[in-house]
Design a protein around this ligand. Structure first.
Ligand SMILES: NC(=O)c1ccc[n+]([C@@H]2O[C@H](COP(=O)([O-])OP(=O)(O)OC[C@H]3O[C@@H](n4cnc5c(N)ncnc54)[C@H](OP(=O)(O)O)[C@@H]3O)[C@@H](O)[C@H]2O)c1
Length: 347
């Protein structure tokens, strides 16, 4: 599955690569400086990659600036995705949040930083629980009608809110969400309860973020130590300091490494390939601090995990789905729902 075998994003007609390039590392203090960021960007586009994700929030706008600079001259071949909602400076209450005011201002800032006259895909970045649904949806729709944005997405929002917004947009004839960004990896599977099934049912393509759990699944923590060729650590030291590296997470990283060793792949490739095995997933967001990491990660596209390896990874990382999902699977409930007959569910 090469980067130039494109997929449709949700129920939209937009064609995107099966791995999106995440640029949160670009210009960030724990990320990549300009020269390395450009190498990563060029390597992605040169291999046929067309789906680049940034946000006004990343590195206080620097990620968008670098992305705009690198995309200059290649703009037509790139689907540019960015996000609004998070303020980069404190002080102005309208510089953050989900309101129309925040949306319009963020779009103008993003267009300037990205050196473009349209954003291909604009995400609501983080739900603030303070703005009416119609203000958000009509704000998006007006920007689409003005040609400033083409498609819309949503991220970091409860599933029931997303369903409500999507149905309202459909009934009112407004632009509907084409994409959902959700933290999803072998370390974070709670999206399987409601977010991912909701997206699938609503025609929204899933884009897992932090598919390596901030690098925890790359193999460098599997033995409890950082990789020797990564002395400066990047995000690694931060993850250790905040307790994200613990026996439970390292046990999952160990299971990933076991599968990787068995099939001659890297841990990062196995972890990414696992997200791609979910039929709701259109494009995981690949994060990399170095070109070497990026090249390793896109190797995931050549990997097909078999049933035995998927089962081992599932066993190591499975979560309790909780109510009502567990209740709905009780045999006596299933029997009562089908009156004891055999009813084959839709595929
Ligand atoms: N919507 C949202 O709220 C949201 C939130 C977060 C991210 N995102 C998007 O998702 C993208 C990816 O997220 P992420 O950066 O957190 O992804 P990730 O893949 O979980 O983490 C990336 C980090 O893991 C380490 N790494 C990556 N590949 C590696 C390899 N092959 N070997 C060793 N270490 C490796 C690097 O960190 P070190 O080398 O520094 O350890 C790298 O910066 C972002 O760029 C952004 O576009 C969206």
């Amino acid at each position: 599955m090469p980067l130039d075998h494109y997929r449709l994003l949700g129920r939209s007609g937009l064609r995107v690569s099966p791995l999106a390039l995440g640029t949160m590392t670009f210009g960030e203090t724990w990320g990549a400086e300009e020269v390395e960021s450009r190498r990563i960007f060029d390597a992605y586009v040169d291999r046929g990659g067309n789906f680049v994700d940034t946000a006004g929030y990343y590195a206080k706008g620097r990620s968008e600036e670098l992305t705009g600079k690198f995309a200059a001259g290649k703009r037509d071949g790139v689907v540019l995705s960015t996000k609004y909602s998070l303020a980069v400076e404190p002080g102005d209450p309208n510089a953050g949040g989900n309101s129309r005011r925040s949306m319009v201002r963020a779009v103008e800032d993003s267009l300037r930083r990205l050196r473009t006259d349209r954003i291909d895909l604009l995400f609501l970045h983080v739900w603030d629980d303070m703005v009416p649904a119609d203000e958000i949806l009509r704000g998006f729709d007006d920007l689409v009608r003005q040609g400033k944005i083409l498609y819309i997405g949503i991220s970091d929002t409860p599933a029931w809110r997303i369903a409500w917004l999507q149905v309202m947009a459909e009934l009112r004839g407004w632009t509907q969400f084409a994409a959902l960004q959700v933290e999803y990896s072998l370390l974070q599977r709670t999206g399987e309860r409601d977010l991912i099934p909701a997206a699938r049912a609503l025609g929204i393509g899933v884009m897992p973020w932090s598919p390596l759990g901030n690098g925890l699944l790359s193999g460098k923590y599997a033995t409890g130590a950082l990789q020797p060729d990564d002395p400066e650590g990047g995000r690694a030291q931060m993850m250790t300091a905040i307790g994200r590296v613990n026996p439970a997470t390292v046990a999952i990283a160990d299971a990933v490494k076991d599968v990787a060793d068995a099939i001659g792949a890297s841990s990062a490739q196995v972890a990414l390939a696992w997200t791609l095995a979910n039929p709701a997933v259109v494009a995981p967001l690949v994060g990399a601090r170095t070109l070497r990491q990026f090249v390793d990660n896109i190797g995931a596209l050549d990997l097909r995990l078999d049933g035995e390896h998927l089962a081992a990874l599932d066993e190591a990382s499975r979560i309790d789905l909780g109510f009502p999902h567990d209740f709905l699977k009780f045999p006596f409930i299933r029997d009562a729902l089908t009156a004891g007959t055999t009813v084959v569910p839709r595929g």
